[in-house]
Design a protein. Structure first.
Length: 423
């Protein structure tokens, strides 16, 4: 095969789901929304640290988001499987845009308090508990089964790309005269673009009333569905452990830079940008293999890479060494999530998309809920010790996950999506 032919085949395989015009429009909207959320991750931690002055303050802000997602996430999945998804996304994204604008205005007027930041981010967490499963379920409805793994991987690719642009743009705004207030105003403006793309999509239909049961009954049905599938259950447990531990480093990052590397907290943007660039570089080849037998080994290998990155960061004595550590961490965490989400989504029956994927939101909710305890722990034991604990835990998760994968393979239950067909 010629080099041109190889590149054409690679491009077709990697981006095949974008040939669907509806998914392409939804994906463009997700680029705007993920950019705003990645900017928020950066700006929010800096604002919280400046308002409270401790790791605990950063964890407290994330606690509100986490509790909302943890409590309401499963119900958001039931709603996503019952109602028309277009209006749910439209109004939810409108609320998020409003929250961004209000936060930005309060910062610019110098009236925002730590309590106010907690409440405003909690509102976004509440809405996101319904938005995320609805959007994922909508993808499952609009994309054929054979290209669904690729569609999920491309959605993760959009997130990885936003992890490059988000911290970079946020860092520029934080270091300019616009500051954190201007950054939040820009996030709200980006969500206006998201709302426009959703408005352009065709109408969706709600689940017929004759097929509905009580919310509690449908919720329990979704839980039983996951419990009855060893592969999906295993993937869920690995996701929970990796997400809860894998994102905790961002809580201690502002303090780590200021106290251990003698750098300003605004350098958070540079660190996260390097982290995201490395993640994006690995995400492209992973996107083309999510539908192959290499998916499980790639996922577990990424977890190992993440653990190594944490240990390197814990021992970094210079800013340059910290940046090198994040080069390992970015592909490790983002690569794991990309493959894990594709494996889960591609093995779900269509009627359960919303409910099962809402359970993945519990991982994010738990991560947010555990942010405050982890913040307290970092204040007690120190940032370096905290990072070393995170690295050791992730490596343990990778070892245990490999054992589970081996057992599933021996029993013929190692779930993976069917090989992607290329037309």
């Amino acid at each position: 095969m010629s080099a041109v032919g190889f590149l054409q085949r690679w491009f077709t395989t990697t981006f095949q789901a974008l040939s669907n015009p509806q998914f392409r429009l939804l994906w463009i909207g997700s680029l705007f929304s993920m950019l705003a959320f990645m900017m928020q991750w950066t700006v929010q931690s800096v604002v919280a640290f400046e308002l409270g002055g401790t790791n605990s303050a950063v964890g407290l802000v994330q606690l509100g988001v986490g509790l909302c997602m943890l409590i309401l996430g499963p119900f958001g999945g039931v709603i996503a499987d019952r109602v028309s998804k277009k209006p749910l996304l439209f109004w939810g994204q409108l609320i998020v845009a409003g929250s961004f604008f209000v936060t930005g205005a309060m910062i610019l007027m110098d009236v925002l308090t730590l309590t106010g930041l907690v409440l405003l981010t909690a509102v976004m967490g509440l809405v996101f508990a319904f938005l995320s499963p609805a959007q994922q379920a909508w993808v499952g409805e609009m994309v054929p089964q054979r290209t669904l793994p690729n569609a999920v991987a491309l959605s993760q690719l959009a997130a990885n790309g936003s992890r490059v642009a988000g911290p970079f743009v946020a860092g520029l705004l934080l270091g300019s005269s616009f500051g954190a207030g201007g950054a939040y105003i820009m996030m709200g403006t980006l969500f206006i673009g998201v709302i426009v793309t959703v408005w352009m999509l065709p109408q969706t239909h709600a689940k017929p009333a004759s097929e509905r049961r009580s919310v509690g009954s449908e919720l329990m049905e979704g839980l039983r569905y996951v419990a009855a599938s060893p592969p999906i259950r295993t993937l869920m447990l690995l996701l929970f452990a990796t997400v809860v531990v894998g994102f905790m480093w961002q809580i201690v990052l502002p303090a780590f830079l200021e106290r251990h590397l003698d750098r300003p907290t605004t350098d958070v943007g540079m660190v996260l940008t390097v982290n995201a660039v490395a993640a994006l570089a690995v995400a492209l080849p992973l996107t083309s293999i999510v539908g192959t037998r290499w998916a499980w080994p790639a996922m577990l290998g990424c977890a190992v890479l993440l653990g190594i990155g944490f240990l390197l960061l814990a021992n970094a004595r210079t800013f340059e060494a910290a940046l090198i550590a994040t080069v390992f961490m970015g592909p490790g965490l983002s690569g794991f999530m990309l493959v894990n989400n594709a494996l889960i989504m591609s093995n779900i029956e269509p009627g359960y998309f919303g409910r099962v994927m809402s359970l993945t939101m519990l991982a994010w909710g738990l991560q947010g809920a555990m942010s405050l305890p982890f913040g307290y722990l970092a204040d007690v034991v120190g940032e370096r010790q905290m990072l070393a604990m995170l690295g050791s835990t992730v490596l343990l998760v990778a070892v245990v996950g490999s054992g589970f994968a081996y057992r599933l393979a021996r029993s013929g239950q190692l779930a993976r999506p069917p090989e992607q067909a290329v037309s």
